[in-house]
Design a protein around this ligand. Structure first.
Ligand SMILES: [Zn+2]
Length: 347
């Protein structure tokens, strides 16, 4: 077999079987501090697909950063076939400020494809798209809910591509949400280049969540296994089929006040079930919130102080409540007992 070529990225050349940290210059802060888009390039010994894993496109969604940290310690990566480009923090500016945005209040995930001469967000989007994403066959982009909200681990994919849907199922997150791409998003612009992106959403902004981290690490390893980039050993397939949802909506607070939540993410509810209640501080009024339809709770507010109209609970429609309940219980139990996470070297 012909020897594999080295990978050249930024100012680094990565030989087959090697891993290098690469710093791509983004800009210089007002105080002269240089800012880079930093990644690890893991270049397997043998030819195979190229995949990127990114986190921190929204700077306050730190759960993805922890998923990446654990992924990079996984011993399986020593046997990688193909190439993995792993970016722990895309939006360094937001990460440092504990903010979703860039300093100019722009949302990086609405700034793609960007341009080399545009705003700071546009320049960062352009660099990431051209120097990382465009080299790849597939991407996995890690997100969490916004601050003061949490999400049940879920994969969001574009509905069209059957191969991507298969990978979404192989990931093994409890729920797959088929959602259209947004203008200016990484997922949308990557698609125009022929690169599908699995978007993983799990946990809360600015917080860690052990189950959401585990589901992310296990899911990425499963996708790499499914693409034959990693050997099967030590990577368990999901014990149940993830629940598929094609529509979802937010249930909102009918009045402002103090929110008591009676359902958690992952719970299956039927139309009319009591989900939450909002009271005034004197306890004289109590507005109950009932489920507008059947479905599964895929996200919810964690802040108990709400204004009228605030999003309280994200409900995804499913084909069968009973099947959804069973799948979610199986997949959650598998993550809780996964021997992969007993090993000190991963945690
Ligand atoms: Zn996000």
């Amino acid at each position: 077999m012909a020897k594999r070529n080295s990978l050249t990225i930024g100012d680094r050349t990565v030989a087959p079987g090697r891993r290098e940290t690469v710093n791509l210059p983004v800009s210089v802060l007002s105080d002269h501090t240089p800012v880079t888009l930093s990644l690890q390039a893991i270049h397997g010994r043998t030819d195979g697909p190229t995949v990127f894993v990114s986190a921190g496109v929204h700077g306050d969604e730190v759960i993805g950063v922890e998923i990446v940290r654990r992924l990079l310690r996984a011993p399986n990566l020593k046997s990688l076939r193909g190439t993995l480009l792993v970016v722990p923090i895309v939006n360094t500016f937001g990460f440092l400020n504990h903010s979703r945005y860039l300093p100019d209040r722009r949302d990086l995930n609405r700034s793609f494809p960007g341009s080399a001469s545009g705003s700071l967000a546009a320049r960062l989007a352009h660099l990431f798209l051209h120097d990382v994403v465009a080299r790849c066959d597939l991407g996995i982009d890690l997100h969490s809910a916004a601050v003061h909200r949490t999400n049940l681990p879920q994969i969001r994919v574009s509905p069209k591509n059957a191969q991507t849907m298969k990978l979404a199922r192989d990931f093994g997150a409890p729920v797959i949400m088929r959602s259209a791409v947004r203008d200016g998003s990484l997922r949308g612009e990557a698609k125009k280049l022929g690169i599908d992106v699995l978007l993983y959403e799990a946990g809360e902004g600015l917080r860690f969540d052990e189950l959401a981290v585990r589901a992310g690490v296990a899911g990425i390893l499963r996708v790499l296994r499914s693409m034959e980039m990693l050997p099967a050993k030590g990577i368990a397939k999901p014990t149940a089929t993830p629940v598929l949802s094609t529509s979802s909506s937010w249930v909102r607070a009918p009045v402002g006040g103090l929110l008591r939540m009676f359902k958690a993410e992952g719970e299956v509810v039927s139309k009319g079930d009591l989900l939450a209640a909002v009271s005034d501080p004197f306890g004289q009024t109590d507005a109950e919130i009932a489920a507008p339809g059947d479905g599964i709770v895929v996200g919810r507010a964690v802040m108990p102080v709400v204004n009228e109209g605030d999003a309280v609970l994200h409900l995804a429609a499913v084909q069968s409540n009973a099947v959804a309940q069973e799948s979610i219980e199986d997949l959650t139990a598998q993550l809780e007992g996964d021997p992969m996470f007993d090993e000190d070297e991963i945690i």
